[in-house]
Write a new protein. Sequence first.
Lengths: 327, 666
Amino acid sequence: MRRTTSPISPRTASFALKGVAAASAVAMLSACGGATSGDVSGSDETVNIAVNGWVGYEASAAVLAHLLEEEAGVKVEQKKLDEQPSWQGLNDGDLDVIVENWGHEDLMEQYGPDGNDTVVDGGPNGNIGTLGWYVPEYLVDDKPELATWEGIKDNTDLFQTPESGDKGEFLAADPAFVTQDQGMINHFEMDLEIVHAGSEAAQITEMQERYEEEEPFLAYFYDPQWLHNELDLVHVEFPEYEDGCAEDEDDVSCGYPEYELNKIFRKDFAEEGSVAYQLLDNWKWTNEDQNAVAKMIADEGMDPEEAAEKWVTDNGDVWKEWIPADA
Amino acid sequence: MSAPTVTSETPESPETPGTEGPGGADRAETAAAPAPEPAPALRAALSRTWVQAAAVVAVLAVAAALPLPGSATAFPGGPGEALDGWLKELYSWVVSNRDTSPLFVYGFNYLSVYLGSAVVLISDLLATLTWTGVAVIGALGAWRLAGWRVMLVVAAAFAVFGLTGLWDEAMLTLALITAAVALALVVGLPLGVWAGRSDRVERALRPVLDFMQTMPAFAYLMPMLLLFGIGNPSAAVATAIYALPPAVRITSMALRGVDKGAVEAAESLGSTRWQMLAKVRLPLAKRTIMLGVNQTIMLGVSMVVIASVIGAGGLGDAIYQALQKGDIGRALEAGLAIVMLAIAMDRVTGAMGAGRPLPAPWQRIAFAGALVASLAVFLLPTPLRAPDGWPRAWQLDLAGPVNAFYEALKDAIGGFTSLVGDWTVVWVLEPLHMLLAGPPWWLVIAAAAVLGYLFAGGRAAAVGALSLLAVGLMGQWGNGMDTLSQVLLAAVLVVALGLVLGIAMARNDRLAAVLRPVLDAMQTLPPFVYLIPAVALFSVGRVPALVAAVVFALPPVIRLVNDGIRGVPANTVEAARSLGSSRGQLLSKVQLPLARSALLMAVNQAIMLILSMVVIGALVGGGALGYDVVFGLKQNEFGQGLTAGLAIVCLGLLLDRMTQGRKNNA
């Protein structure tokens, strides 16, 4: 399916040649008498993009891969894995870029200029990330106060399920995501029990099923996310985020901050300043752009490559300015 | 822990999808042989045991009902926090020293480079041959090694890869499994030979292998990432670790099983030790060793989905991606491709182990000629190569109809199933959870010790109590009790269903013939495929996790019950019949008691397999220890993931010892 990104692409050079190359690479390493983790990476002309497991990210990566290959003539490999291992991949030289990063100050401390000094912040990618608590619109139509934390607090019994016992159920997401829900529940003294869906797929399935039956639910969710095209969800209002309000993870007095989603580069990749880097550095688009591609992938069942190609064909004016002059 | 031991050492383990393997006859004999007719006195003792066990549970129930403060029931937190802090430091050290410490520069990083290159080399070879080349050479090889029937199975597998549009993914997965299995065999076979020749090595290795088999793979994916980096090297090592134990165990067992007469004969001819091994023992043990290889491959296949979490692409990743979009049909297509890959590899290695007679010389020459010719055809730019991949026009859309069926199923029974799910949580799971989490921790440990003593003797009591204590010391008491309650309920369900279906299968040959391929598919289909439908039907929480665990653990239990009952000697059954036993009497008084050892093994297997689903169940709301393992992996909380994984191992130890029965101590 992902023909262009698979490591066994038909365009692969002759097997025999590659074999010799790999063998001599190993031999050279032996000659040098040691291998650092950076040596593990492939050849220089390939750009390795981390692909984290949500559709919006996949959409961004697919469009960038398409442009890099078709417009800049660079080979691209997309490696699908979780957020934290992606940072490690940058550190080890297995990856060159994370195209949509949500926060992760702790990882920046570990791998950034103050730590291993192997990754750099590549600046905002234009997408604005919203995290927070969501309820379905039909609930708010019924009880408008449910769009605020006070309303949730007064109506926790509405969300009660067998799994949450005598408290209301708060549906939490994939364990990989950034959360402060328990701290908020503690601070605002809400009678809620967190039920961990354990994966994004399970959480989305649960939300779809409840939505279909018009049952109540309260969930941690985010935007941009393709599910917003399918379900009408309302973001519950909390006191606005300000510095320090989320410092103590057991007592959080505010909602989630808005995230200016950013790119993270492998430091050497950024410093070499290749054409590929310039394109990635120039790239900046809006939530609408990303959602347009994500919708084609998630709702219309298109391959990410097909969706990217279609978007690129239709939006020349948007991406033309990302292409570096010397590409 | 000998649960996995028992399975792997039975020539045909229940994990083998192949059912017509060569071990069938021996298996039936072993199942029936060691069961003596239970004396009335024993039965009286047994009933007393159950009364005593019920009393222990009653004490727990009373304690759980008492309004005790949390400080009295919860395990003290100190030791767990200390351990967690220490593990965090270790983790930080590794992160900052990976490129300077000689351990990495001269050790792990090298292995990583070699392994990564191996996977790339194999997958490049497969890509260079193109799909037409792989199909022709694969079919030729299957024919030469395993005969034309197996060749048809292999061809069917290739067809499924192509028709589902997953050819490239399947080849990548094949490359990864090949590299991982090679690694597992390079390490495992020599270890197995060593263990087969030395009792001390065997004894030393056993607990290590037990540990490798019960430690959830998710828990060591994190350390793998640290040691070997992301992607194929880590995935190959993790898969190899998971798949290694049967290679060691079965090789050791095979060498021990070599006919004494043959060995003595060779010794009397003055063979050296090396000659004895190379010319006598290994060739004689070859058939059984191939079963170990076969098991290693099967376990490797079952790791592919999990390995995709750390960046190994292929079929596992295709499943993951499809589920992310709620596309059950697509996930099932990829699942089907994995099932076909597993069955094809199983049949080929199974037939190799069966020791087919060598083909006639002209056939061998024809084969060699055909192989050389096809290599030439597909490595040179001839028109038979298909560098553009499997034609898109030749793809079948299975996903559409499957999704339509899935929607219809949800509409038809979704309301009913979610009621059943709610009822299960309120009336069964939560009371059981409170029974374990409600009383003070020391009372629960004492109860485990008493129950262990009643069912399996003093050693089991000690091991069980210590395992539970370790769970508490690692700071996982609360989660441990939650997980334990879920595992116990799943085990009861699996054993009950397994008994009913196993008995039905043993009595009806036609049903058995229909069930066998279904069981094959159930065992090789990655559980990820049915996790999301379980959520849709039962809603997020412990119930879909329970359902997935039951589906996963059921097939081997059905098989063991079936084998056990069929293994009861025919003349015993005839004798009972002639004395006028009804079918029910025959079953309860003759067949089940005689199949006792097989049934005990079934219970033990059920629990071990359910434990292996704890982490996967957490992906749909199982929570508890499984959630901590996943959280640890995804948030780089090394300590949390590792202690939760170790706690699962401890629970495994406890339950395994309790369900092995008294045979070791009597």
